[in-house]
Design a protein. Structure first.
Length: 231
């Protein structure tokens, strides 16, 4: 973990200051005391669904409204995804709930050789899970390495227009070899606020930075998903 964090800090110091674009306001949250008994996530079931606004973190615009629904439980748990305009999105696949074999939210869907944690298997404060494995992108056979570290930071109350939720905040720190061969290094951050009663996150934020040969580097997309409804 330390080696990734050192590279991350150095990369951040090299980034230019913002140019005045109105970025998203921070997530409205406050630390709370968690329950004393062990926490269980609502297990997936066919037909469960969640609808999110996908927001651009750089300019606060709503990019899309996305609906996600559990469409299969075996041999993998499959979450089918589409926009409110009817556009089908790449699906998400879990070996067990929270341990993904296919993750579609990044620039390219990633298909993992070994399951990667969206959240640690143990849902407790300070729980930690790390894996290094390979992934492939769709229609491309060459494997790329990826390292994921998932940590449960604590309990927070999240306030959304639809209500308040008691959530476990999970931070994922990701280092990977990108399919763009001009990239020397790519570091990503993924923050999830998981609400056990709905079985998924109420807010998720992803962003990243990279360094590249000859052209320095830059920022990756910055997106936030905010829950609008769930069944």
């Amino acid at each position: 973990m330390d080696s990734i964090r050192r590279k991350t800090v150095l990369s951040l110091l090299a980034l230019p200051a913002g140019c005045g674009i109105q970025s998203l306001a921070p997530v409205r949250s406050q630390p709370i005391a968690g329950p004393s008994s062990p926490v269980l996530m609502r297990p997936p079931a066919l037909g469960q669904s969640w609808t999110y606004h996908k927001l651009n973190g750089f300019n606060s615009a709503i990019v899309a409204t996305e609906r996600e629904e559990v469409s299969a439980l075996s041999p993998r748990i499959v979450v089918s995804r589409k926009t409110d305009a009817g556009t089908q999105l790449p699906d998400e696949q879990h070996q067990s709930w929270g341990q993904v074999l296919r993750e579609p939210q990044w620039d390219f869907p990633q298909n993992y050789v070994d399951p990667v944690p969206l959240w640690p298997a143990a849902l407790a404060v300070a729980a930690f899970q790390e894996i290094r494995t390979d992934y492939r992108v769709d229609n491309f056979s060459f494997p790329f390495w990826i390292q994921v570290q998932a940590t449960v930071l604590g309990w927070e109350k999240i306030s959304l227009p639809m209500g308040d939720f008691d959530c476990l905040r999970v931070e994922r720190l990701i280092g990977l070899k990108h399919m763009d061969i001009s990239r020397v290094a790519t570091t990503r951050w993924d923050n999830l606020w998981l609400a056990p009663q709905i079985g998924r996150w109420v807010v998720r934020e992803i962003t990243g930075i990279y360094t590249a040969h000859r052209r320095g580097g830059g920022r990756e997309d910055n997106f936030r998903w905010e829950l609008q409804s769930w069944t």
